[in-house]
Design a protein around this ligand. Structure first.
Ligand SMILES: [Fe+2]
Length: 245
């Protein structure tokens, strides 16, 4: 009998939790709340033994999904709504249009350190841009570009995400010195300004101010990627943010 009484109480608590506050007060006060009535109800709940309190908390995890939705909305509201646009960088002379659509830029046997890169294409409101086109090209392990390799076209998925595998490009000699290792990205999406930029790697000795390209942006922290290393190779992640047209 005692167990039945406890279950009944839990059901009452569960029902009250799902009601608007006004309805809870009505339910607790028989429709005519008196001064202190709410305090009394709270005191009653607080006075429950630990077991009852635990049961009530556990029941919260099983509450209907629609009861949990307001919390999800609150979390979404805390998401930053301003993302800084990705800065452009020198396109250089090695871009080739219509590179093949692929997520593996390096052919099997291409010398070099395996590397994977990933990111999300977003607007300045931080909303992802599904279907954005990311064209990537790079130097090989000896710092040489070739029109027929180490380049590809990626399509961002339904959540703006993209990823590819390749070999890590090498720094290369240029007029007056060396360029730090980098990927070239050209990112395009309807309704947004195309950005052509370069992605660099943390720790590169040729980053600005040692970059032979004085007009390049190898001092832009947003485009200097810290790479993680595992048995497979290196992994980097950087989002691309486009401005509206
Ligand atoms: Fe380059």
């Amino acid at each position: 009998m005692m167990k039945d009484a406890q279950l009944s109480r839990r059901e009452v608590l569960r029902t009250l939790a799902a009601l608007p506050l006004g309805a809870q007060l009505l339910a607790c006060g028989d429709g005519d709340p008196q001064p202190g009535a709410t305090d009394t109800a709270i005191a009653d709940t607080a006075a429950d033994d630990d077991t009852a309190a635990t049961d009530t908390l556990a029941d919260d995890t099983a509450m209907p999904a629609d009861t949990a939705l307001p919390d999800d909305t609150t979390m979404a509201d805390t998401t930053p709504s301003v993302c800084d646009p990705t800065l452009p960088d020198a396109e250089g002379p090695f871009f080739v249009e219509n590179a093949p659509e692929t997520t593996k830029l390096a052919a099997v046997g291409e010398p070099g350190q395996p590397i994977s890169m990933r990111g999300v294409v977003r607007g300045v409101d931080c909303a992802f841009i599904a279907g954005a086109v990311i064209e990537v090209w790079q130097a090989d392990d000896e710092g040489e570009y070739n029109d027929d390799k180490l380049r590809g076209t990626l399509i961002a998925d339904a959540e703006g995400a993209f990823a590819f595998e390749s070999i890590r490009p090498a720094p290369y000699g240029d007029v007056g010195g060396f360029r730090p290792a980098h990927f070239h990205y050209k990112v395009t999406a309807p309704g947004f300004r195309t950005v052509t930029t370069q992605i660099y790697f943390a720790g590169d000795e040729f980053l600005s101010p040692n970059d032979s390209c004085g007009g390049c942006g190898s001092d832009d922290e947003a485009r200097i990627v810290a790479l993680d290393t595992d048995d497979w190779g290196q992994h980097g992640e950087v989002d691309i943010v486009l401005e509206p047209v």
